[in-house]
Design a protein around this ligand. Structure first.
Ligand code: CP
Ligand code: NVA
Length: 306
């Protein structure tokens, strides 16, 4: 049974194939609509956390491809509380053709996959966000071309789930990855260990620093995300103090290449990790990036279901 839980699980060729498929499906949709490749198929979507992009882009992806999606709110399933994660997988996978889950603990999406009769897609966990990572690579390729060797993505902020998937995605494709954040908020050692291994295979160069200017120097892509992720709300105030120097603002992007693009997975806390001037400015690709979630996920769905 094939699942989509972590970009680290894909070979570089599998990742490139998914991106090619996403490009094809996007072009097809722009020409007037997708073929009903998923006619009669259903997607069950389990959410333990809120969502705009993931929920709507998956639902629209299924509709465009001739299938249907079912939204299951945090209250409805109460994953692991009302019944065990394994039992949810056993039952839900008898009804639907594919499952997408947004969870707190990454182990929950792994357990879902282990006990499911149908493919499981990780729609974000506290560990990673592979759908976001795939869509972001699509956006980077659209702006910077397919050969990403020697190009640099600089992530400024928390060493979080989104940064983790970007490290895996960039190093699978040979793109350089730099990250700058405050001491104590670095990417976890096991994540770096994998990133270093992929980088050695692809030729990516890696940099981890506490200096945002060092990270964005010569950057082709600057990326940021919220300072406090979902589930860290009680830390938000304290994090806002620590992360202040890591704001992506006009002064910081002036340190990067003149044609740098600025990315953010959204939702953004404008005035914190990104200023209005940058989010709405000429370097921003935020809205194409959000749209690409839908195209990238169509590729994941078609790959797993056909
Ligand atoms: N970027 C992202 O996953 O957005 P949502 O939380 O709105 O789904
Ligand atoms: N790091 C953020 C990403 C939201 C899409 C979070 O986990 O809340």
């Amino acid at each position: 049974m094939k699942h989509f839980l972590n970009l680290a699980d894909l070979t570089p060729q599998e990742l490139r194939d998914l991106l090619e498929l996403a490009i094809e499906l996007k072009e097809e949709w722009k020409r007037g609509g997708n073929r009903p490749l998923l006619a009669g198929k259903t997607l069950g979507m389990i959410f333990q956390k809120p969502s705009l992009r993931t929920r709507v882009s998956f639902e629209m992806a299924m509709i465009h491809l001739g299938g249907q999606a079912l939204y299951l709110s945090p209250f409805e399933i109460q994953l692991g509380k009302r019944e065990s994660v394994a039992d949810v997988a056993r039952v839900l996978s008898r009804y639907v053709d594919i499952i997408m889950a947004r969870v707190f603990a990454h182990s929950d999406v792994v357990v879902l996959a282990r006990h499911s009769r149908v493919p499981v897609i990780n729609g974000l966990s506290d560990y990673n966000h592979p759908c976001q990572g795939l869509a972001d690579l699509l956006t980077i390729i659209e702006n910077k071309g397919k050969d990403l060797h020697g190009q640099r993505l600089a992530f400024v902020g928390d060493g979080n789930n989104v940064a983790t998937s970007l490290l895996f995605g960039t190093t699978k494709l040979g793109m350089d990855f730099a990250i700058a954040g405050p001491p104590g908020y670095e990417l976890p050692p096991d994540v770096w260990e994998l990133g270093r291994r992929f980088a050695a295979e692809s030729g990516s160069r890696l940099l981890a620093t506490h200096d945002p200017i060092e990270a964005v120097a010569e950057a082709d892509v600057i990326y940021t995300d919220v300072w406090a992720s979902m589930g860290q709300e009680e830390e938000a105030e304290q994090r806002a103090q620590v992360f202040g120097p890591y704001q992506v603002n006009a002064d910081l992007i002036a340190q990067a290449r003149p044609d740098t693009i600025v990315m953010h997975c959204l939702p953004a806390h404008r005035g914190q990790e990104i200023t209005d001037e940058v989010a709405d400015g000429p370097h921003s690709v935020l809205w194409d990036q959000a749209e690409n979630r839908m195209h990238a996920q169509k590729a994941i769905l078609v790959d797993l279901l056909t």
